[in-house]
Every structure is written in structure tokens, then in C-alpha cells.
Design a protein around this ligand. Structure first.
Ligand SMILES: Cc1ncc(COP(=O)(O)OP(=O)(O)O)c(N)n1
Ligand code: TZP
Ligand code: MG
Length: 542
């Protein structure tokens, strides 16, 4: 197999050997091959990764590896400064069966056009992404989206299609014919405008309706990248070909285009408009330059992702928009203790109850979850179950909360379906960004202070800095958590939090209802006792 590869691809295999040895592996696995591809910096594969926004350093980081770990060993079969001292080289590790399958895929990609072709780094990359057993997408973080590149590579090596015989009476498309190129330029120009406008309308929604800095920044970036990609065309030709008054399409409007029921309908129509326009730019762009066309393809996938993130933010808002005080209940001896404390927290003003039990048998946990479901439904409050998507579904909870070591949002979504809220704990800015991208519906932000409920080592405290970072990053509902009490809650609010999640300061308080009411008052900007509705908290007897 080695001799049928380009020198670059051979070097990749050598790097992969080094990577496998570094992690004390007994065989070269697909992750080693991917790392080997990244190590070979000047290659077609590296160019493709960069073109599809996959930063090589981020890939290595996501695999838990460091840059520069590739081998300095001479490549097998490469032009060498002198003969390799084969006695000093360690015996090569075998390829795992998944790696073999990836190389088989690579070879078949290389030979689609030419049976005698050598396997290059671009084929290796295609093989790695397309061989089902390698499952590289699962190994990489959610911020690294392999799908657009994989889809691109799926047909990148297809043999050129047979030219289609022109239909009787219709001339073939000839771009050297000025009239024809003007027609294509008109299509490209109109689509560029539609894409720009659609993106701008969507950006206005996330900026002014959702007030979401993160989504606004992302949409702006996409608009800028669109402008850059359009520079790949002859801009003068595009504008020169514009004939808005003569465009028959400008006078035709369907009923559905004229009616928008609410701002959300405006949003979805415009995401769709932008994606469709990008598809047109991609398809007709191929007549001008395939590489430029590829950039529109990547942008279209980004638009789909942003549409999904925006719709999740709206859905999360619907579910938790007005919720401010989440109380985590758990560690209670009996069902009676649990129902009492939940009732007190709700009476004091909690609008979300999270059941957080560690170590109860599943059957007991489910039965308690069902009880909390009933109590929260009666009080029109939300119910979140910690850690367990399966039981959250069985108990008809409104949401499930996941930490960094719990199952991923993606896997939880497969269990709970499309509508349940999924909350994610975050302890720093990268986790916050990743949680937003993963489609989380709300976020936990902490620990802000040392907690009496869960032990954290000093360096694990995220502190108020993380609260301030969250306030700047997103409009998704997020709850500051960790050691928050009526005494320190003002500092958290000053840091930008509008919602908090607490446990000990309510559950272990002498008067839980009063504690919840004091926290609630501060979240609403009141002094406790100012509002006649809560001024006289009537604590139930324990
Ligand atoms: C709102 C909220 N934020 C954070 C957490 C903590 O979740 P996790 O990190 O999974 O830790 P455990 O609670 O499972 O110990 C939470 N539960 N709720
Ligand atoms: C589960 C968890 N995760 C971060 S802080 C925390 C505990 C919250 O409880 P408390 O309000 O008692 O600190
Ligand atoms: Mg957890």
C-alpha cells in the first residue's frame, strides 16, 4: 500500500506511527492518521481543513494532543538525505482494522478517476471521514463540524460527468459568450443580494429581539465571509449585469411571501432565503470557479447551524424566559420531606425546581421525580431532573440538567426528543461557547462561591468572572450557581446575573420559604418585605 502513495501521504503514515507510539498504542488508529494529516502541514489535506474552517491546532486540542508531535523520522520511500538506518527505527506498528478500512476508502477515492493514481493526503482525509467505522466526528468537540467537509469530499473525486448533449434548438451554456455570462452574472448578483439581505434580517432579530451578543457576532461574521467569498467573482461584471427593472421576478410575489404572522416567521423565512440564495451561488458559482463555489457551500451549512441555534434560543426562552429562581432539592430522607421542601420553595417564589439526587435507586428516583412533577405542575413552575435524560422523559419533566461529565446534549436529545429543555453546566468561557453550540437550552454558570452542597477545590471555582463572561456572551437563559445566599446574591446580580440556582441556602435554611422569598425579592430588584404579596411570608411548619 505504501508504494502506491504520494510522498506526502507516506509522510502522514510515518507521523501517524509516531503519534500512535506517543500514546503507547499497539496499532495505528484513525485518530493517529488524522493527527498525522494535521502534522503534515503543507498538503492538500491541510489546505482542505483550513478551507472548511477546521483549524489544525483546534483538531489536535480536541483529540487531547499537542501540535508538533509528528515524527521527524524519514518518510518511508521519500527522497532521503541518506539511507535510513533501518536498525535504529522501531518496528512499525500495524494498522488497526478501522485504519485499514479508512485506507481502503482512500484508495478507492483516488482511483475513481484514474485506476493508476497514487493515494494523496486529500484521499486519506476523504477515506478517514467517509469510512463509517472511524467515527471521527464523535471524537472531536462540537465546535469542529466535519459534516460540510465530509459532504464536499463525497463527490470531489467523482469522474467528470459525461457532457450532456444540447437539447434540440437550445444552445449549450457558453460562458465565453458575453450574453450568456451576463445571464449567469445576473443570477449570481441577485443571489448575492438575497443572501446578504436574508442574513441582515436574521441578524436584526438576534440583535434586537433576542439581544444575543454571541449570535449577533456569528451572523455578522457569516455576512463578512459572504462578502469575502463574493470577491472571488468579477464584482464589476455582477453589478454591471444588474437590471432590476427588467427582472420579471421582481413583480411576482406569492401569498406566503406577503404574509408574516410574527417576528419569528420573518426570521425563519429569511434564514431560508439566505440558505437558498447560497445554494444558488454555489451551483451557478461552479460554472465560474469550483473553489469559490465551495465557500458558499460552507456558508450555507453555517446558516443552517445558526438557524438551529437561534430557534433553540427562542424555544429556551419560551420554556424559561421568565424563570429566575431555580431551587435544587435533594438528599432528603423521605418523600414527605421532599414534598414539604418543594412546597416551601415554590411558596417562597421558586419558579424552577431541580431534583438532584445522587445515589437513589432508579425506581425510587423516578417515583420522587413524578411527585415533583405533580407539585410543580400545580404551581405552574418548571421541573428539571438532574443527570438523567431517561428518567426525565419518563417523569415528563420540562428539562434535564447535564454536567461536563454527563452524557452529551446530542445523546440526551436522542432520548428526550426535540422539545425538552437541556441545561448544561459551564465552568469557563470555552465550555460556555461549546454548550451554546451544542444546542443547550439553558446554562449553569458557576460555581460562583464555595458550596455547602458540592465540594470544589479552590482552582475549580469559576467565580464572578465567569458570571460576567456569561452576561456578555449570550441571551440564552443562564443561572448563576454555587454558594449563593441572600447575603451575597447582590454581588452575583451586579455581575450581570438575572437568574440564580441555589440549594443549601433554601433547602438547609431554618425557614426555607423565607430564604427563597428573600432571594426572589433581590432578583426582582426589591428589598424583601417591600411587596405586600410577600411581605408577610407565612412559613409552614416543618
Ligand atoms: C443549574 C445547574 N447548574 C449546574 C449544575 C451542576 O451539574 P453537574 O456539573 O453535572 O454536577 P451535579 O449537579 O450532577 O453534581 C446543576 N445541577 N444545575
Ligand atoms: C451542583 C452544583 N454545581 C455547581 S455548584 C452546585 C451546588 C449548588 O448548591 P449550593 O447553592 O448549595 O452551593
Ligand atoms: Mg451532573
Amino acid at each position: 500500500m505504501y508504494e502506491a502513495m504520494t510522498p506526502g501521504a507516506q509522510r502522514v503514515l510515518t507521523h501517524a506511527q509516531a503519534r500512535a507510539r506517543q500514546r503507547n498504542g499497539t496499532a495505528v488508529e484513525p485518530v493517529d492518521l488524522l493527527a498525522g494529516l494535521v502534522d503534515e502541514e503543507e498538503s492538500l489535506a491541510a489546505e482542505l481543513l483550513t478551507r472548511f474552517g477546521l483549524d489544525p491546532t483546534a483538531i489536535l486540542k480536541s483529540l487531547g494532543l499537542q501540535a508538533g508531535g509528528g515524527s521527524d523520522e524519514p518518510a518511508v520511500g521519500a527522497a532521503l538525505p541518506g539511507p535510513p538506518d533501518s536498525a535504529s527505527l522501531p518496528a512499525p506498528l500495524p494498522l488497526s482494522s478501522d485504519s485499514k478500512s479508512a485506507l481502503d476508502h482512500a484508495a478507492s477515492r483516488a482511483r475513481l478517476r484514474d485506476r493508476g493514481a497514487d493515494v494523496g493526503t486529500e484521499h486519506l482525509l476523504a477515506g478517514l471521514l467517509s469510512a463509517p467505522s472511524t467515527q471521527l466526528a464523535d471524537r472531536l468537540g462540537p465546535e469542529l463540524q466535519l459534516a460540510p467537509l465530509r459532504d464536499h469530499l463525497e463527490h470531489a473525486f467523482d469522474p467528470p460527468a459525461e457532457p450532456i448533449a444540447p437539447l434540440e434548438g437550445m444552445p449549450p451554456l457558453d460562458l465565453s459568450d458575453p450574453v450568456r455570462s451576463v445571464e449567469i452574472a445576473r443570477i449570481l448578483d441577485a443571489s448575492a443580494n438575497r443572501a446578504r439581505e436574508g442574513l441582515r434580517v436574521a441578524e436584526d432579530y438576534v440583535r434586537f429581539v433576542l439581544d444575543d451578543p454571541g449570535l449577533t457576532r456569528r451572523l455578522k461574521e457569516v455576512r463578512h465571509r459572504l462578502a469575502e467569498a463574493l470577491r472571488g467573482f468579477d464584482v464589476d461584471l455582477l453589478i454591471g449585469s444588474r437590471d432590476t427593472r427588467g427582472d420579471v421576478g421582481t413583480h411576482i410575489m406569492t401569498h406566503s411571501e406577503g404574509v408574516r404572522e410574527n417576528p419569528r416567521a420573518v426570521l425563519t423565512a429569511n434564514f431560508k432565503r439566505a440558505a437558498e440564495a447560497l445554494r444558488t451561488l454555489e451551483e451557478y458559482g461552479k460554472l465560474v470557479d469550483v473553489w469559490v463555489a465551495g465557500r458558499f457551500e460552507v456558508l450555507r451549512y453555517d446558516v443552517y447551524t445558526l438557524e438551529k441555534l437561534t430557534l433553540s434560543a427562542i424555544q429556551a426562552y419560551r420554556g424559561l424566559g421568565d424563570a429566575r429562581l431555580m431551587v435544587l432539592v435533594g438528599g432528603l430522607r423521605t418523600l414527605g420531606d421532599l414534598t414539604w421542601i418543594v412546597g416551601e420553595a415554590l411558596a417562597g417564589g421558586a419558579d424552577v425546581i431541580q431534583l438532584r439526587e445522587k445515589g437513589l435507586p432508579d425506581r425510587e428516583l423516578l417515583s420522587r421525580a413524578r411527585e415533583v412533577r405533580i407539585l410543580t405542575a400545580q404551581a405552574k413552575a418548571r421541573f428539571i431532573l438532574n443527570d438523567r435524560p431517561d428518567l426525565a422523559r419518563l417523569a415528563s419533566a420540562d428539562g434535564v440538567h447535564l454536567g461536563q461529565d454527563d452524557v452529551s446534549v446530542r445523546d440526551a436529545r436522542r432520548i428526550v426528543g426535540p422539545n425538552m429543555l437541556i441545561g448544561v453546566s459551564t465552568h469557563d468561557r470555552p465550555q460556555l461557547d461549546a454548550a451554546i453550540l451544542s444546542g443547550a437550552g439553558y446554562l449553569g454558570v458557576g460555581p460562583v462561591f464555595p458550596s455547602a452542597t458540592k465540594d470544589f477545590a479552590e482552582p475549580e471555582l469559576a467565580g464572578l468572572a465567569h458570571v460576567r463572561a456569561a452576561a456578555e456572551a449570550t441571551s440564552l437563559p443562564w443561572f448563576a450557581i454555587g454558594g449563593i445566599t441572600p447575603e451575597n446574591v447582590d454581588r452575583v446580580i451586579e455581575g450581570g446575573a438575572t437568574r440564580i440556582a441555589v440549594s443549601a441556602s433554601v433547602v438547609r435554611a431554618d425557614r426555607p420559604r423565607l430564604a427563597a422569598a428573600r432571594l426572589r425579592a433581590r432578583l426582582e430588584g426589591r428589598e424583601y418585605g417591600e411587596d405586600p404579596e410577600t411581605a408577610d411570608v407565612d412559613d409552614g411548619d416543618r
